[in-house]
Design a protein around this ligand. Structure first.
Ligand SMILES: Cc1cc2nc3c(=O)[nH]c(=O)nc-3n(C[C@H](O)[C@H](O)[C@H](O)COP(=O)(O)OP(=O)(O)OC[C@H]3O[C@@H](n4cnc5c(N)ncnc54)[C@H](O)[C@@H]3O)c2cc1C
Length: 499
């Protein structure tokens, strides 16, 4: 009977990074992925030769010496990623239909202040204060600053945990327009002004302000490069290997993961990249306290999205060097999106296959959508859903296209092919409850209850992925290193990352 040091369940970026860390450090690992493709939310897909991203449209901190660069360098993938730097003076463009106004986020702290102050000349000091504050958060967490002299691990400071992003912005400025602009990219953290903790906003924005890059040819390349390294280090990766439950030994430990086909995979440790609420359902009754399971399973999850994937006619639309965040009205918080008014807002990127391409191959546009809008079809099967669901998709596609057409008149004529994803698609591919974008909501109102540790009440079961620490490529990377630190010397690991 073959027994691994680690069985990792799920080949999302969190599972793959953890597996790579362990295989690089001499441990035997197997990754078990239910799907055909690796990457989970970042797997992407191709239509008519155009590769589309389903998650991870842009990443920050990828300049040499910055945090994500250093992590990816340690993971042996940084040199093999095909990425393109977004516009220095405008990596995020923010536009409002209501007043026709347009704002840009620029890369680099000073540049960000310089560009934003042009729109808000009377609030330059507020913008400087904003930048100081978010830099301060980044600097206080060694896993983000990679300054290990301050100790390792994540100990969230109370003042960052309990402060909501709305309250933080209120403390920065009284200018309502500036507050709106500073929080306009809140789709990257499924923000809610009253509950999203300030540190989530600060760590993410800090990363993008340091530097902002887009993948050329799809974000799934991160998954493929990690998989190559894992195999190179002697690890095993199996797709179409869905874990249905865990088998316990005599004591309190898990002995094997049981696949859908009843095959048993034995390991000393089991590391789940699957949403914690779903993972705990794989544990037989009586092996875990009901109160613990209930606590995790009752936590609320972030909203989902509806996505449009457009293959463009050749040379019909420019390859935009920025992400567009567009709002129909002044309300930037997606939680206020009602079914009748959907879609009020969207985020859009262009897709290309070559660095520096003049024209785009495709467009990906996403708009927040509550799972309730598709709930009636939740029990139907992927690819076999009823006509009513297909009609719903077509109707939402038309509404979304109308909004895009309003922003870019003539766009409809440039479309060669179009496909959509709904929250049910995300649920199917990632098993994230209700197709949730980023998993469990961290709440400034209840910070301790909504913060999930990488270890569990089962001694040899651990969590990695977006529900630990912070979501997104950087957050999940940090979380995977934190989980690895339960087995390896974290300080030494970070020293090597920082080198
Ligand atoms: C639309 C969208 C846009 C985003 N944009 C950005 C962005 O611009 N920048 C950024 O940094 N981040 C972005 N993110 C967030 C980022 O993509 C995610 O936080 C990250 O990819 C989540 O990774 P994860 O490791 O938690 O696992 P997931 O990607 O959720 O993967 C979990 C894996 O587990 C597998 N699995 C589930 N159940 C089982 C089972 N029983 N057995 C075996 N395998 C199983 C799934 O198939 C999946 O492969 C975006 C996400 C989405 C959805």
């Amino acid at each position: 009977m073959k027994k691994f040091d680690f069985a990792v369940i799920g080949a999302g970026i969190g599972g793959l990074i953890f597996a790579q860390l362990m295989s690089k450090n001499g441990k035997s690992v197997i990754v078990l992925e239910k799907g055909k493709h690796l990457g989970g939310a970042i797997q992407g897909f191709s239509r008519r030769g155009v590769t589309f991203d389903t998650g991870a449209h842009y990443i920050g901190g990828l300049d040499k010496g910055q945090n994500l660069y250093q992590y990816f360098n340690y993971l042996d993938i940084v040199n093999d990623l095909k990425v393109e730097r977004l516009d220095e003076d405008c990596f995020d463009k923010i536009t409002f239909d209501s007043d026709g106004k347009c704002y840009c986020y620029a890369q680099g702290y000073d540049n960000f202040i310089r560009v934003l102050s042009r729109y808000f000349p009377d609030n330059k000091a507020d913008i400087e204060l904003y930048v100081d504050k978010i830099k301060e958060v980044g600097a206080q967490y060694p896993m983000y600053s990679l300054n290990i002299n301050k100790g390792v691990g994540i100990k969230l400071k109370e003042k960052h945990l309990n402060l909501s992003v709305g309250d933080f912005l209120d403390s920065i400025t009284t200018n309502a327009e500036l507050k709106k602009v500073l929080a306009a990219s809140n789709l990257v953290y499924a923000g809610d002004n009253t509950t999203t903790p300030y540190y989530v906003h600060a760590l993410i924005l800090n990363s993008y302000l340091s530097s902002s890059y887009r993948f050329v040819g799809g974000a799934s390349q991160m998954a493929h490069r990690l998989a190559e390294q894992i195999v190179h280090n002697g690890g095993e990766i199996r797709n179409l290997a869905e874990v249905s439950r865990f088998q316990f030994g005599e004591g309190k430990n898990i002995e094997a993961a049981i696949l859908n086909n009843k095959e048993k995979i034995y390991a000393d440790n089991f590391v789940s990249n699957v949403h914690p609420a779903v993972t705990l359902d794989m544990i037989p009754e009586g092996k875990i306290r009901k109160a613990y399971k209930h606590r995790i399973q009752s936590l609320e999850n972030t909203y989902s999205v509806f996505s449009l994937y457009i293959v463009l006619k050749p040379k019909s639309f420019p390859n935009l060097p920025y992400n567009l965040y567009h709002f129909s009205d002044d309300d930037i918080w997606a939680k206020n999106n009602s079914k009748e008014q959907w879609p009020k807002t969207f985020m859009m990127i262009t897709q290309s296959h070559k660095i520096g391409q003049k024209y785009a191959d495709g467009i990906t546009a996403i708009s927040p959508m509550d799972f309730a809008m598709v709930e009636q079809w939740a029990k139907t099967k992927h690819k076999h859903r009823p006509q009513s669901y297909l009609d719903f998709k077509a109707q939402m596609q038309d509404r979304f296209l109308e909004l895009l057409e309003k922003k870019y008149p003539g766009l409809k004529d440039k479309i060669d092919y179009i496909e959509v994803n709904t929250p049910l698609t995300y649920l199917h591919y990632t098993h994230s409850p209700r197709g949730s974008l980023y998993g469990i909501i961290r709440s400034a109102k209840d910070p301790l209850r909504t913060h999930i540790a990488p270890y569990t009440k089962v001694p040899n079961l651990f969590f990695v992925g977006q529900n630990i620490d912070v979501h997104g490529v950087l957050g999940v990377t940090v979380g995977a290193f934190l989980a690895a630190g339960l087995f390896l010397d974290l300080e030494e690991l970070l020293r090597r990352v920082a080198e």
